[in-house]
Write a protein that binds this ligand. Structure first.
Ligand SMILES: C=CC1=C(C)c2cc3[nH]c(cc4nc(cc5[nH]c(cc1n2)c(C)c5CCC(=O)O)C(CCC(=O)O)=C4C)c(C)c3C=C
Ligand SMILES: [Fe+2]
Length: 437
């Protein structure tokens, strides 16, 4: 059965109170109420009538959901994140596919500023939509879905469809204190937007629609972008106060995006051909020892990164975007320290490997055991091959980075984000599961 066809009784039971809403989604998807037909503007304009023009524009801004690649990768990075990792609880591949179909239909609606369903709610039913984003507008919401290595175990017979790029890293340098409860998961959802309640609403309702098929394993809120993904974006600062994202892959660098971010179609890809147009997401929850950092002298902070704190310029001179001169010497020593973060992370020292970084600053409040701020960087990077990109770079950083004294990787994971949803009737991972349902 097609995941976007109207559900039978078992799905209604499994969805409980939201059954009619998601039934409406499935039928509506086939009938074409996706973003191409929908216009978010009336919703957002009505919702933000009391705000200034700039706010209205920002609230009403729509990032198209349908496309050959998923949104939320090269999309100009939004200000807010909610990231969720889920474990699949069913062994029925049809149920899994139906859920991914519901997620696609919901994502099409949410990114257009629409609720779960337009159907009227009967008084004796729970509302189809939880409601907290009703007056907000889409705020450039993107929803990006990925599949973890554990989805390819023996539950669904997918082992031969797992790309070698998705092989778990094992314990690499810097991973000694990773917490299982903050790591991995069969599925991930990255929701990004310029409003915190919009991203929360998207994840909350998608987790709700997964009930009976998948459960939340762990999640993370990010309060401010810690990267720039477009040439026009101002480079933001991380919680150590440094500009972060200067040498990132920017969306308008077409060659880098093609060569480093998206999986190309390959004639010999065989059972892993479903990943053509996809990208691999690596997430790392990196705790930053803010209180210790704040006692470190400025010159040492700048030595650690290899860049000037105020302007972001390399210590070898120029302005923020001046190329770093790794060969420069002063007093017989390299100007860019051999243990500096930029030297060890640079493509020049990693066989040309680069990452499209899309991380967020986070805080979980205060650590009750230490009294210190529980804060850091929720690092997210997209790439074509995480084995030769993230794993290779992190192996060098984990061994020698001067920054390691002030950070600890405490969670994260690796997911394969399939290509984009092409239109109504398509769904996340149809190329992976479509012939099994
Ligand atoms: C394995 C990949 C990386 C991890 C983990 C990582 C953690 C991390 N980074 C910063 C701050 C900065 N990183 C910067 C550059 C940079 N970092 C990585 C990779 C990882 N960082 C790369 C590939 C690069 C680009 C290197 C280059 O090509 O020059 C910078 C400099 C500014 C910039 O280019 O973005 C900063 C600052 C923190 C705080 C952190 C963990 C908490
Ligand atoms: Fe970095």
């Amino acid at each position: 059965m097609s995941p976007t066809r109207e559900p039978g009784p078992s799905r209604r039971r499994f969805l409980g109170g939201a059954a009619a809403a998601t039934a409406g989604l499935a039928v509506g998807g086939a009938a074409g109420f996706g973003i191409r037909e929908a216009t978010a503007a009336p919703v957002a304009q009505a919702a933000t009538a009391d705000l200034g023009a700039a706010s209205v524009d920002r609230a009403a801004a729509v990032v198209p959901f349908y496309g050959s690649t998923q949104a939320g990768i090269t999309t100009a990075q939004q200000e807010r994140l909610m990231f969720a990792s889920l474990d699949v609880t069913t062994t029925d591949v049809q149920e899994l596919a139906r859920m991914l179909g519901r997620w696609a239909a919901m994502a099409a609606r949410f990114t257009a500023g629409r609720p779960v369903s337009d159907s009227p709610v009967r008084d004796e039913q729970p509302p189809f939509d939880t409601g907290e984003a009703e007056d907000l507008g889409p705020h450039s919401l993107t929803i990006t879905v990925g599949f973890g290595p554990s989805l390819f175990d023996d539950r669904f017979g997918l082992a031969d469809r797992m790309p070698p790029e998705l092989t778990p890293f094992g314990t690499i340098p810097g991973d000694a204190v990773m917490k299982p409860g903050l790591s991995d998961g069969d599925l991930c959802i990255q929701a990004c937007a310029d409003d915190p309640q919009v991203v929360f609403h998207a994840i909350r309702n998608m987790v709700r629609a997964a009930r009976g098929t998948a459960v939340l394993r762990w999640s993370q809120l990010g309060f401010g972008r810690a990267s720039a993904t477009g040439a026009g974006q101002v480079t933001p600062r991380n919680l150590f106060g440094f500009k972060d994202g200067t040498n990132n892959i920017h969306a308008d660098d077409v060659t880098a995006v093609q060569e480093q971010v998206f999986v190309p179609a390959a004639a010999d890809a065989g059972p892993t051909a479903w990943m053509a147009g996809g990208s691999y997401l690596v997430a790392r929850k990196i705790r930053m020892e803010i209180e210790s950092w704040d006692t470190d002298p400025l010159t040492d902070q700048e030595r650690i990164f290899g860049r000037t704190k105020s302007s972001g310029a390399p210590l070898t001179g120029g302005e923020e975007f001046t190329p770093i001169d790794f060969a420069a010497q002063a007093d017989g020593k390299p100007v860019i320290d051999v243990a500096s973060h930029v030297r060890l992370a640079a493509p020049e020292t990693n066989g040309g490997a680069r990452l499209l970084r899309r991380g967020y600053n986070y805080t979980d409040g205060q650590d009750p055991d230490t009294g210190k701020l529980a804060a850091g960087l929720f690092f997210i990077a997209f790439q074509r091959d995480p084995q030769t990109q993230f794993k290779a770079i992190q192996t060098r950083l984990g061994r020698s980075d001067a920054l390691n004294e002030y950070i600890a990787h405490i969670g994260g994971g690796l997911w394969a984000c399939p290509p984009g949803v092409s239109g109504a009737g398509d769904w996340f991972g149809k190329g992976l599961l479509g012939d099994l349902v």
